[in-house]
Design a protein around this ligand. Sequence first.
Ligand code: NAD
Length: 456
Amino acid sequence: MRIVVIGSGYVGLVSATCFAEMGHHVVCVDRDAERIARLRDGEVPIHEPGLEPLLLRNHQQGRLHFAQTLRPVLTNIDLCFIAVGTPSAPDGSADTSQVLAVAEELGRWLPQRCVVVNKSTAPVGTAERIERTIARGLTQREAGFTVPVVSNPEFLREGCAVEDFMRPDRVIIGCADDQARQTMEALYAPFLRKQPRLMVMGRREAEMSKYAANAMLATRISFMNEMASLCEQLGVDIEKVRLGVGSDSRIGYDFLYAGCGYGGSCFPKDVRALIHTAQRHGLPSHILQAVEERNTIQKAGLFVKLQQQLGALDGRTIAVWGLAFKPGTDDVREAPALQLIASLLEAGAVVQAHDPVATASVLRCVPAHWLTSGQLVLHAQDPYAVLDDADALVIPTEWKPFRQPDWQRVRGLLRQPVVIDGRNLYDPAQMQALGFHYSSFGRPSVTAGDMQRQAA
Ligand SMILES: NC(=O)c1ccc[n+]([C@@H]2O[C@H](COP(=O)([O-])OP(=O)(O)OC[C@H]3O[C@@H](n4cnc5c(N)ncnc54)[C@H](O)[C@@H]3O)[C@@H](O)[C@H]2O)c1
């Protein structure tokens, strides 16, 4: 098939590459000229494990192309995917303006019928709005054909997006047109060879399924964080409780980790959008509001725990390991680490931060004066370089190399042996034995004997 994918971000680029890998002819379009130029030069603009070799191979073999302008690539296509951003508007609703702008363009330029597929996460009714918007454009220029719009929400996880796309848990097709359904079934068949996991439903049900799934996952995290906070008061270890709870086959272990809260480009905005939808329909959303409030408290938790350990933070130097909202990605949207850094800088601290892949993303999104003033120093290469003369180490992201660090070296470099663990990576008793003052989430904080710098 001939496919156009509009938007070359985490979803668009992965989808386009995986479709090309299955033998289709794919053009990935983005209005960001620099991004397209980099892609044409063989440079992958996002960090996603396994994406680069797949993308380069398909580009070199002529199945995957990149374009900045939509109109010239629309001729003779079978499918057109929309994978642009749907960020939070100031009132919490999903801002669908990028999606609808694409629909306007399609109405204006599509030279023939094709199936338009919305992959962007967008509120119930958006596929119908896209269809109406395109139809208006087609009628105005008396095009003489109609265009069906399918909702195909994306469930890939950043950090394992290629794997998820190639072997999805399920593919949801929200569809009101039989021919479009057949095209979608044919497209996804190679991804579902092992087990048929394609679900066809109405477009509104498909759109709602995506929001409900993200809201459920966010709820599990906030629920465990609330349990963790209670555990801290009761002197109970949440990690033991997690095992006790997760072993129930009705519950399972996934998304039950306590920590410094969820971030990223999906959960926070999608929970807010669902709350907004409920409000617009005059319905209370007690659970979702509590999920969000708990997460706000949780994200502030790193700063609070630092204050508990160090008192005033003015003039302190704090080392941070991990800036991405989770390991495996360079995405820092709504990352707990960024909120922590903002609070620390406001309190007058200096931050020395390391992340193996996300420092470039941080450079692009933080105020320039954070860096020019020397208040924020970033190191991409060496996690130990940020520890020198720091008063504490904080870990907001559980990258694998942080799991078993050289604690003797860490202790030798830190001015004070204080570790705040946002992801419950270490055993409190072991940390105490190593001489650290150690705080995590939902487990008792432990205190070592002295607060003096000790040589390794
Ligand atoms: N990132 C994820 O893990 C994930 C997972 C599932 C669903 N989603 C949803 O998928 C959608 C895309 O997410 P993302 O993370 O890939 O976004 P992203 O911000 O990484 O990428 C979006 C891209 O679209 C481009 N764009 C915007 N308007 C355009 C236009 N008119 N023409 C061409 N390009 C245009 C932007 O320049 C940008 O590069 C969102 O609705 C998101 O909620 C994301």
